[in-house]
Structure formats: structure tokens, C-alpha cells
Design a protein around this ligand. Sequence first.
Ligand code: FES
Length: 299
Amino acid sequence: MNVTITARTTVATGVVALSLKSGDDLPPWRPGAHVDVTLPNGLTRQYSLCGDPADRSTWRIAVLLEESSRGGSAWIHAQAFEGDALTVSAPRNLFELEPAERYVFIAGGVGITPILPMIAEAERSGIPWTLWYSGKSGKSMAFTDELERYGDHVRLVPGGRVPVDEVLATPAPGTAVYCCGPESMVEAVENACRTWEPGTLHVERFTAATPQDGSFDVHLTQSGVDIRVEEGVSVLDALLEAGVEADYSCTQGFCGTCETRVLEGVPEHLDDYLDHSAPTDTMMICVSRSRCARLVLDL
Ligand code: FES
């Protein structure tokens, strides 16, 4: 759909927030949702919605000028101003705020964007929460003014790192951990959460994790086992070798029998079954691999 930029605000060093309107009510969305923005130069980029879901008239996104931008954020920073039109998709949510007894939010840099509506929702629902938010410097941290009203629920770490091992030292049942930030932060949080209940951790990466050609680890939540998938071996074969039962048929990625839900991690989809133009939380374990060091599967 076409939207118009109705406001452009610099919210931190190198970060602009854009308000978008369409003239009609915009589609509903929930905290954690993102939209695909298609730029006039043909590039498509995903940005989290970071405004108020109750406001159907306006969406807000925030865009960090990436040092290595190949025309996405650089185009927006140089060319997108109030009154200009953009093409956006309907909201999609791969980072849904699940019900929990309490939340721990961990954000790095512009990773605060999907977290902002989450903490507003947690606050509105009266669910206890804490946000740890770090950035290269105080000036590079967007929306700190909007966070002031939450008082000591918010721990800012300008110019430092969130003490992830300390924050997540003791597994607390009923807690959901949400993390969005640079890869080093996400990996630290993933490591710290390994002793927590499966399904506790929800992460969103700025970009797809580094493609991994070689081996990776798979954790199976139902069987409770960890399996190493070596280079040249499929996830399915590694599972069967380890004595784990899994459904399969074609073993070539086209029948859909081995479709498995991915709870954590980023799969490298190599199948011909799924619609790869749309996000999915499943993978075909007979052929698809991992873009990160560890996948958590619902098996
Ligand atoms: Fe057919 Fe995996 S077994 S797609």
C-alpha cells in the first residue's frame, strides 16, 4: 500500500523516525510487528513498527543509517522527507509478544524499536518488566526521552554492554526474554538462556545471522536433546542418526512431510516447498540448514 511520510524526526545520532499515514485506517498490528518498505530504487527493507498499535491513523518506523548501507537506509536518510510517498507491506509479526508472568527486554542500539511497543503493552497489562538498553553512546540511543516515564524499569547502558550473564544468571520460570540488537548481543543472550526453559527466549536480529556453511547445533525441545549437524549432513539425517524420530518422505525438500517448527534461530531455507516470499516459522529439515550457530526446533 502507499503511505505518505507525515513527519521525519532525528531521534538519535544517525537514526530518523518516520511517521506514515495512508489516508484511511492502517491495518492493525501487534507489538513486535514489522513492515517491508519498498523504496523507489527497488530495494525492500524491513522496519519494526515502533509507535502505538492503538493509533490506526499513523505508523512509526525508525531507520538507522548503516555504515555499509547498500542503498536502503542511505536512501531513506538522503531522500525520504515529509510529504514523500513510500510503498509498504501489511504488518507481519515474527517477534510476537507472548503471554508471560514477567518480561526481561534487552535491546541494543536501534533494536529498541520493536521493544518500545512491547514495554508499553506490558505496562498497560500490569505485567512486571525490565528493560536493559545499550548503545554506542547516549547520543546514539533513540527514544530515551520516551523511556524516562518508566523510571527504574529501564536500565540504560550508554557506551557499554548489557551485563547479560548477570541479568540472566538465574532462570526464572514464567519469564519471557525478548532481545533485539547486534549479533554479539543476541549470541550472548542466547548463550545465557541455554539453562532457561525452552521457549523463554525470543530474539530478532537486525539482519539475517551470518550464513553458516558448515556445522551447527540443533536443540530439540520435545526430546530435550542437543545434536551437532556436521557439514554435508542434513538435519534430518543427524536426527535419525541420533535415534530421534521424525516424519519424512521425499528427503529432497519438496513434499512438506518433514516441516518442523523453528522456535529459535534463523534457518537457511533450501527447500522447494515453502513460499519463500513470506516469513515462516517452520523449516524443511531434510534439506534446509542454519544461518546461525544454533537452531531450536519443536521436535
Ligand atoms: Fe519431503 Fe522434507 S521430506 S520436504
